[in-house]
Ligand binder design. Structure first.
Ligand SMILES: [Cu+2]
Length: 336
């Protein structure tokens, strides 16, 4: 695993919509998933209305079907949905390095062992601090009995939320993103959210966020990656795409995972995303270059006529002038 990918201010964001993750994409509310090749199940249809029925949000399809699905909620807000539950066995990890253990249980309380691979993995696991300063995109390892484990490094005490983004292999099951609270014991000093900014710096890369994130309406977010002032035109596919964007809503950490629109290996990676509501979102963009995955994080505002990103060029900081305070922690990737 690559620990320590630091994100700097970044902007990752795009994903604005919460819903679901890979598989889940669209449905919830206005989340729209961009057309992406490998996801067979996302239709990319704009389901802006709350009644979309294929999405994640509702997950009505969930496997066992005996639990009523919540209509059109963004993903990640529920610990149990569609008959599936995220059962954390380590809800109070220590600060620093530890191991997280959990399972996905079905409606009968059994650990689910069969999942559909999406974006190269059977399950994607995100851990974010409630103050949205820390973000980890992890790929846990599954034991034969359905127990998942992953190392994690959480820098500070406080409240965190864990998201499991997966699609059960059960017939008819849809992609689901479940969310559960994690508490890291200790003295807690919430950090302010990094300010809204159009650029993020990570590991010598600068990522600029353009476009707008609009509530209830699909919009394009364009991320442009440069290094030392030069456009990066040879981004590498990471889990089948040139970028992965997760957006978390400030206030409740509603989750949105967005995959990029078709396009080449940089420097631009565009996403189509719909914010489920007006508000402030933190976007985390994962991209790979020269063999390493990095995460750029951005704070954006949706709605109220505000531009997601202020005018570009003028505000681009010189290399090195990054907003480091914001970045401290955004990104660790483990590849299981
Ligand atoms: Cu993942």
């Amino acid at each position: 695993m690559n620990t320590g990918v630091k994100i700097t201010a970044y902007a990752a964001a795009l994903a604005a919509t919460f819903g679901a993750a890979y598989g889940v994409g669209k449905g919830v509310g206005p989340v729209e998933e961009p057309k992406k090749a490998e996801h067979g199940d996302h239709a990319a249809a704009p389901s802006e209305s709350a009644t979309a029925d294929d999405g994640h949000a509702g997950h009505e399809g969930g496997g066992t079907g005996d639990a009523p699905a919540a209509a059109n909620l963004p993903g990640g807000l529920q610990v149990s949905d569609g008959g599936y539950t995220l059962a954390l066995e380590t809800p109070t990890p220590a600060t620093g390095k530890s191991v997280l253990k959990f399972s996905i249980k079905d409606a009968a309380g059994r650990k689910v062992t069969a999942f559909t691979t999406e974006h190269g993995k059977e399950l994607h696991f995100i851990v974010a601090s409630r103050d949205l300063n820390t973000f980890r995109h992890l790929h846990p390892v599954k034991a034969a009995d359905g127990t998942w484990t992953t190392p994690v490094d959480l820098p500070a005490a406080g409240g965190y939320k864990a998201f499991a983004d997966f699609k059960p292999a059960a017939k008819g099951a849809k992609g689901i993103t479940l969310g559960a609270d994690l508490s890291v014991p200790g003295a807690y000093a919430p950090r302010p959210m990094p300010a809204v900014a159009p650029t993020a710096n990570v590991d010598g890369y600068q990522v600029r966020l353009g476009g707008t994130l609009d509530p209830g309406k699909a919009g394009e977010l364009k991320l442009t990656v440069t290094k030392a002032g030069k456009p990066v035109t040879d981004l590498e596919p990471y889990l089948g795409a040139y970028g992965h964007l997760v957006a978390l809503r400030d206030g409740d950490l509603a989750y949105l995972h967005v995959h990029p629109n078709e396009g080449g290996p940089g420097p631009d990676v565009s996403f189509t995303a719909t914010a489920p509501s007006a508000g402030t979102y933190r976007l985390f963009l994962d991209f790979q270059h020269e063999g390493k995955v990095r995460t750029a994080a951005f704070t954006v505002t949706a709605g109220a006529g505000k531009a997601t990103a202020p005018a570009p060029e003028a505000t681009v900081p010189a290399a090195g002038e990054t907003t480091d305070e914001a970045t401290d922690d955004a990104g660790e990737h483990t590849h299981g």
